[in-house]
Design a protein around this ligand. Structure first.
Ligand SMILES: *Cc1c(COP(=O)(O)O)cnc(C)c1O
Length: 367
C-alpha cells in the first residue's frame, strides 16, 4: 500500500529557513473561566458606532474592486495631517507598508537596521527581502539606543526602522534624540518611524513625527487603524512620506489590497474622534492603574506608553506564560526575554495584576 513516494522538496528560497514557522494561536487550558487573549495588542472595544453600518453598506458593492487610490480617505487624512494626498500611501495594515518599503529599497545583501527586541515582523520582512537585518540591542530601560543605531548605519544600509513606542517594551524615543539621530543618518537612507501605538502616548518628550517629517524628508511615518481604532480585522494602515517615496510605494503595494470595507470603516471612525479619544483615554487610565499596581508590588518595567506592559522576566518568561494561561490569560511570551501583556477589559487587567503578584511571589522575584 504505502509505496507512495514522498514528494521531493520544492525549490523554495533559502531565506525561508531563517523565518520561524507560523504557530497558530493555541487555546487556553484554563477550564471554565473566561479566557482573555492579551497577546496581540488588540482593542477590547467593539468597532465605534456607525462603523459596522458603514462596512455593511460597503459590503453591498464587493462585486467591484475597491477604490485603488482611496480618494475619500486620502482627502480626509491629508486635511487632518496637513499634507497633500500624494504624501500618503495606504496598504493592508502597516505590515503591508513594511513589505512595500523593503520592496522599493532593498536588494539582497543590503542592510536594514532596527532595534532589538522590537516588532516580530521586522526580521521576517527583512529576511524575505533578501537583505540582512542589523539588530541593535535596546538600552537597559527598553528604549532604542539611537547612538548605537547611528553607528550601525553603513554604505549598505537601505532602511532604518525606529519603533516608538517600541513593541514589545512600550518605551518611546524622545524628540530631541531622534532629531540628533536623523541629523547624522545619510539623507538618502529611508528612516521608518513606526507609530502603531501613537494614540496611547502621553510622554511629552515623545517625537512630533509630522514636524520631524517636515524637517527630514527621508522619514516615513507609519500609522495603522489596527490598534487604537480597533480595526485590526480589516487590515488598513498608511504611510506619510515624500512624493518620491509614495510614488515608489504605489508600484510595490498590492493593487486593490485595501478593501472598500476597510476604507469606509476608517472614514466612519475618523468621524467619531470624540468617542475614539474617550476609549483611548480609558485604556490609558487602565494602563496607569495596572502600572501603578505592579510598581507598588515591586515590579520593575520600562515606561509603558502603549496599550501593553512589558514584564522583563528573562529565563522565567515561559513559566510565567504557562502560569498565566492556567489562570485564563493568554500573554505573549518571548522566551528568555520577557512577556508582553495587552491592556484590555477591566477584569482582564485585574486578573493580570493578580497573576503577576502570585507568580512573582511564588518565584521570589520581589527582591
Ligand atoms: C501592530 C503593529 C503594527 C501594525 O500592524 P498592522 O499590519 O497595521 O495591523 C505595526 N507595527 C507595530 C510595531 C505593531 O505592533
Amino acid at each position: 500500500m504505502s509505496d507512495v513516494k514522498p514528494n521531493p522538496p520544492m525549490r523554495l528560497r533559502a531565506a525561508l529557513d531563517a523565518i520561524p514557522a507560523y504557530k497558530p494561536g493555541k487555546s487556553s487550558a484554563s477550564g471554565d473561566q473566561i479566557v482573555y487573549k492579551i497577546s496581540s495588542n488588540e482593542n477590547p472595544y467593539p468597532p465605534l458606532p456607525g462603523v459596522v453600518e458603514a462596512v455593511a453598506d460597503a459590503a453591498t458593492r464587493i462585486n467591484r474592486y475597491p477604490d485603488a487610490a482611496a480618494v475619500q480617505l486620502s482627502q480626509v487624512l491629508a486635511d487632518r495631517l496637513n499634507v497633500t494626498t500624494d504624501e500618503l500611501s495606504f496598504a493592508t495594515g502597516s505590515s503591508g507598508l513594511l513589505f512595500a518599503l523593503h520592496d522599493i529599497a532593498c536588494e539582497p545583501g543590503d542592510e536594514v537596521v532596527f532595534a532589538w527586541r522590537s516588532f516580530e515582523m521586522y526580521p521576517i520582512v527583512t529576511a524575505l527581502s533578501g537583505a540582512d537585518a542589523v539588530k541593535v540591542p535596546l538600552a537597559d530601560d527598553g528604549r532604542h539606543d539611537l547612538k548605537a543605531m547611528a553607528a550601525a548605519v553603513t554604505d549598505k544600509t537601505r532602511l532604518v526602522i525606529v519603533c516608538s513606542p517600541n513593541n514589545p517594551t512600550g518605551a518611546v524615543v524622545h524628540d530631541d534624540e531622534l532629531r540628533e539621530f536623523l541629523a547624522v543618518v545619510p539623507k538618502d537612507v529611508i528612516v521608518v518611524l513606526d507609530e502603531a501605538y501613537l494614540e496611547f502616548v502621553r510622554d511629552p518628550q515623545a517625537p512630533d513625527a509630522m514636524a520631524i517629517y517636515r524637517d527630514f524628508p527621508n522619514v516615513v511615518v507609519l500609522r495603522t487603524f489596527s490598534k487604537a481604532y480597533g480595526l485590526a480585522g480589516l487590515r488598513i494602515g498608511y504611510a506619510v512620506a515624500s512624493p518620491e517615496i509614495t510614488g515608489a510605494l504605489r508600484k510595490a503595494i498590492m493593487p486593490f489590497g485595501v478593501s472598500d470595507l476597510a476604507q469606509h470603516a476608517a472614514l466612519a471612525s475618523l468621524e467619531r474622534m470624540d468617542e475614539l479619544n474617550a476609549r483611548v483615554d480609558a485604556l490609558v487610565a487602565e494602563r496607569t492603574r495596572v502600572v501603578d499596581a505592579l510598581t507598588q508590588l515591586g515590579v520593575t518595567m520600562p515606561d509603558a506608553q502603549s496599550n501593553f506592559v512589558w514584564l522583563p522576566l528573562g529565563e522565567k518568561t515561559l513559566d510565567f506564560a504557562a502560569f498565566a494561561d492556567e489562570r485564563g490569560l493568554i500573554v505573549r511570551p518571548f522566551a528568555g526575554d520577557g512577556a508582553r501583556c495587552t491592556i484590555a477589559e477591566t477584569e482582564a487587567n485585574d486578573r493580570l495584576i493578580e497573576v503577576v503578584r502570585d507568580f512573582y511571589t511564588q518565584n521570589g522575584l520581589f527582591g
